[in-house]
Write a protein that binds this ligand. Structure first.
Ligand code: DLZ
Length: 218
């Protein structure tokens, strides 16, 4: 029975068309190669399975997982203001987070050339009533020898949930909370045995499905 067990998210019964959606990915710069693989997985699912336009996927970065909720909230606010103003791109050309963004469409295992601040992918066009339709927060937390891991996991989990409920936007919890690096590699589909599954794929599909739910007419 487990031979045909579907790893990760079972596809929705009905095709999820993301061609009109705008998605924000906020990712961390800790455990970068694994994070990169997860970001690429999320993008792959959105573009290849759900037809999200690559130019409508905006990617921003933060230092670590603890910063994800604040950044998601701030970037949602900015994008909503810019969309209401009819701006031609959602993030503008301001380096809001003063961070590096790994936006180049490279392969999952090859770190992209970083670009400073709001990426080229941040040219998501507006022209309709909504700013972002969903946000995916992506990070990798790996347990160390102190209690730090537990505190950050708790804060980030609660924080991401809060941003979603407060903003009314789906915010996907794309944070791996792993006991060691092997677990993280496996969950990014980067393990040596090749038996893992890239959870980024599920987060991309989940973001599209939840964005469509958010936009569903009453
Ligand atoms: C400090 C820290 C540690 C020890 N480990 C991680 C980690 O595994 N993954 C991650 O995303 N961030 C880590 N951080 C950084 C914190 O998330 C945060 O950036 C700092 O505590 C500053 O607020």
């Amino acid at each position: 029975m487990l031979d045909d067990f579907h790893k990760g998210l079972e596809p929705a019964a009905v095709a999820q068309d993301g061609s009109d959606l705008r998605i924000l990915i906020v990712h961390t710069r800790w455990n970068t190669p694994i994070v990169q693989g997860l970001v690429e997985g999320a993008k792959k699912a959105m573009v290849e399975q759900h037809h999200v336009k690559p130019e409508n996927i905006v990617i921003e970065s933060v230092p670590g997982a603890y910063e994800l909720p604040f950044a998601a909230r701030k970037l949602i606010e900015i994008s909503q203001i810019r969309a209401a103003e009819g701006a031609s791109d959602l993030m503008g050309n301001v380096n809001l987070l003063d961070g590096l963004s790994m936006s180049a469409p490279n392969s999952a295992n090859k770190p992209a050339t970083p670009t400073v601040g709001s990426s080229a992918a941040a040219a998501a066009t507006t022209g309709s009533k909504q700013a972002f339709d969903a946000v995916i927060c992506i990070g990798v937390l790996i347990k160390g020898s102190t209690m730090h891991f537990e505190y950050i996991c708790e804060a980030v989990t609660q924080g991401i949930m809060r941003v979603g409920l407060d903003s009314g936007l789906p915010v996907i919890f794309g944070v791996l909370t792993c006991l060691n690096e092997e677990q993280a590699l496996s969950r990014a589909g980067m393990d040596a045995a090749g038996k893992g599954h890239n959870h980024g794929l599920d987060w991309g599909s989940g973001a599209v499905e939840m964005a469509l739910l958010k936009n569903r007419a009453l």
